[in-house]
Design a protein around this ligand. Structure first.
Ligand code: SAH
Length: 277
C-alpha cells in the first residue's frame, strides 16, 4: 500500500517497525530515514539518538514510549495498543527502536500483536549495537585465528529467577565470542556462571558503553578483574559486553590507527591515494 491509497482509505494505516541503529546517524538505513521523514506518527524508544530524532518529519506526532518507565508489562501493552489506535487513524506509523527491532527489541512480539489486531506491519532492520559497538571499539567478533562462532545473549533475566532462561554453561562451551546485551547489572552473576562452567578467569572481556556515539567509553580487562574495574570506574549501562580472545585484537588494530580509520580513509581518497592502485 502506498501513502495515497492509505490516506484515501482511513483505518488501513501501516506500522513500520524501524531499527534506528546504535546511535551514529551515519549508520541509520536509507529506508528508515525515508520513513521517519514522511511518517504521520513516530513512537520512539529511549535508546534512539537525538540526531536521528531530529530527522523526524516536523509535522509528525512524536511519542516518547521510553518515558513511562516502571510499569513494564503495562507499558508494553499500552505501546502496542497505541500503535493499533494510531494505525487506524493514520497512514504511516513508525515504531522507532534502538539498534535492530528483532534483536532484544520486542519487535517480534509487537509484530505478532499487530498482525493479530489486523494491522498491516513491516520491519526495517537496523544495525544492532552488539555488532556496531564492538566494531567501533576495534573488536572484530570473528577472526580466523581467534573465533569462528558468536553468541548474542541477554544478561537481563538471569539473577534472582527460579529457573534462569539463559544456559550460561552451554554458552561458555559452545561459543568462542560471547556478546551480551543488558549485561552490566548482572555482570558478577554472569561471570560467576561462565567461570563455573570452565571459562578461564583470564579470558579477555570488553565493555563498550554508548557505542558509536561521541560518548563512547570502553573498559577492557579479564573475567577476574572486570567487576572490580566496573566498581572503581563507576562504569554504567547501556553497554555491550564482549567476551573472548577477539578482544585482544583491539590493541593490534588500534596500534595500526584503526580508531581514526574513517577519517583517514576519507583523507586518503580526497588526497588522491587509493589502496587499490
Ligand atoms: N534492539 C537493540 C537492543 C535493545 S536491548 C539493538 O539491537 O541494539 C538494550 C541494550 O542494548 C542495552 O542495555 C545495551 O546493552 C545495548 N545497547 C543499545 N544501544 C547501545 C549502544 N549504543 N552502545 C552500547 N550498548 C547499547
Amino acid at each position: 500500500m502506498n501513502r495515497n491509497e492509505a490516506i484515501q482509505n482511513k483505518y488501513v494505516g501501516k506500522v513500520y517497525l524501524v531499527g534506528a541503529g546504535p546511535g551514529d546517524p551515519g549508520l541509520f538505513t536509507l529506508k528508515g530515514k525515508t520513513l521517519i521523514e514522511c511518517a504521520d506518527v513516530v513512537i520512539y524508544d529511549a535508546l534512539v539518538s537525538p540526531e536521528i530524532l531530529a530527522m523526524i518529519n516536523p509535522q509528525a506526532e512524536k511519542i516518547d514510549a521510553g518515558k513511562r518507565k516502571g510499569r513494564h508489562s503495562l507499558l508494553q501493552e499500552e505501546t502496542t495498543q497505541l500503535m493499533i489506535d494510531k494505525a487506524r487513524d493514520h497512514a504511516i506509523v513508525v515504531r522507532l527502536k534502538g539498534g535492530d527491532p528483532f534483536v532484544f527489541g520486542r519487535g517480534g512480539e509487537e509484530m505478532e500483536e499487530l498482525i493479530n489486531a489486523g494491522v498491516s506491519v513491516e520491519v526495517v532492520p537496523g544495525i544492532t549495537s552488539g555488532i556496531a559497538a564492538p566494531a567501533y571499539a576495534g573488536i572484530p567478533l570473528t577472526h580466523r585465528l581467534y573465533s569462528s562462532s558468536v553468541t548474542f545473549v541477554t544478561g537481563h533475566e538471569a539473577a534472582g529467577k527460579y529457573r534462569p532462561a539463559v544456559n550460561w554453561q552451554a554458552i561458555a562451551h559452545g561459543s568462542e565470542t560471547i556478546v551480551i546485551y543488558m549485561g552490566i547489572h548482572n555482570l558478577p552473576y554472569i561471570i560467576e556462571e561462565l567461570t563455573k562452567a570452565g571459562l578461564s578467569k583470564q579470558t579477555p572481556i570488553a565493555l563498550v558503553r554508548w557505542g558509536t556515539r561521541e560518548l563512547q567509553e570502553e573498559l577492557i580487562g579479564q573475567l577476574e578483574t572486570i567487576v572490580e574495574q566496573v566498581e572503581e570506574t563507576g562504569f554504567e549501562a547501556p553497554a555491550i559486553v564482549v567476551i573472548g580472545a577477539v578482544v585482544t585484537m583491539q590493541a593490534v588494530l588500534r596500534n595500526q590507527g584503526y580508531r581514526d580509520a574513517n577519517v583517514q580513509l576519507v583523507a586518503e581518497v580526497s588526497g588522491g591515494t587509493s589502496a587499490t592502485t
